[in-house]
Write a protein that binds this ligand. Structure first.
Ligand SMILES: [Zn+2]
Length: 291
């Protein structure tokens, strides 16, 4: 009797497996973006948005993980009143939002200020690169996804440097020099305040100060023998792959960069707080960083 039951179960399992497509996958293999791109946006911006997403997918495709495998994107022009309120409430500005910690409950917000279209600000495009880079960071580091590491000058300095490298390469526009040049003197005198948002918001206009520190670290890594591309790979990718937290990031920093955080902060005293002194080369290609 038992044998017959086993046999029947086996047949049932076999027959089920033929129509399995609708069962949820336990280990999704592909990361999916869901696009909610509002008609209030200019059509040329919408076309460029998809071009940028394609370029980024070629450059740094997002790998699905068991905690992060899909992301809705909500984009609209600030001149309309929050058209996705029923989905994301009063979320505004540009961010990756959602309740930290829960599996796969995040979404990307891209509310583009209407002035950016009127005055052709490069930020209307660079913000796409910036937020995409945060998605990439989250896919590399579950602790970053979960909000277990703040380290603003590395996380925001990294995303803001990435967006500038993209704009430099694709639009021949030096976003570092023009839009990230308000570097505060605190980067020299008091760099540790840039580890937290709360202690540095007043002195980090468009993340200029965080970008300065990030680029200074790249310069220091080059002095230690890395090529420029290798140095950027260490700070944009390898560090996050080690999945740092607020409590162990200084150890990981030392292991990945072979320089302690204190040493690095001391070397900043040899710089002046000018973005011009740490600019990457204009010929640098993102493909050489993420090869
Ligand atoms: Zn950011």
């Amino acid at each position: 009797m038992k044998k017959i039951i086993y046999l029947i179960s086996a047949i049932l399992i076999l027959s089920c497996s033929d129509s399995e497509e609708e069962l949820p996958l336990n280990n999704p293999t592909e990361f999916t973006f869901e696009y909610n791109i509002h008609e209030s946006l200019p059509s040329d911006w919408i076309s460029e948005f998809y071009v940028i997403m394609k370029n980024l997918d070629d450059l740094i495709p997002i790998k699905a993980t068991n905690y992060f495998y899909e992301l809705p994107i909500y984009a609209w022009n600030s001149n309309v009143d929050k058209p996705y309120r029923s989905k994301i409430g009063d979320a505004s500005g540009a961010s990756i939002s959602g309740n930290g910690g829960a599996v796969n409950d995040k979404y990307m917000v891209l509310e583009i200020p209407n002035d950016e279209f009127i005055y052709n600000y490069m930020h209307r495009y660079s913000v796409i690169d910036h937020e995409y880079f945060h998605v990439y960071q989250m896919s590399l580091s579950k602790n970053f996804f979960d909000g277990n590491i703040e380290l603003k000058w590395m996380s925001e300095g990294g995303a803001a440097s990435f967006e500038s490298l993209y704009i430099q390469q694709y639009y021949s526009y030096n976003y570092f020099k023009v839009d990230q040049n308000r570097v505060d003197i605190s980067v020299i005198n008091n760099p540790e305040i840039f580890e937290k948002f709360s202690t540095s918001n007043m002195v980090d206009s468009n993340y200029s100060s965080s970008v300065f520190m990030f680029l200074a670290l790249v310069k220091e890594l080059q002095k230690k023998g890395s090529t420029e591309s290798e140095a950027f790979q260490l700070v944009l990718k390898d560090f996050w792959l080690r999945d740092p937290t607020n409590s162990n990031w200084k150890t990981i920093f030392l292991e990945v960069f072979d320089i302690s955080v204190d040493q690095f902060y001391s070397t900043l005293k040899g710089y002046t707080n000018s973005i011009e002194t740490v600019l990457p080369s204009e010929s640098l290609k993102l493909e050489s960083i993420f090869n």
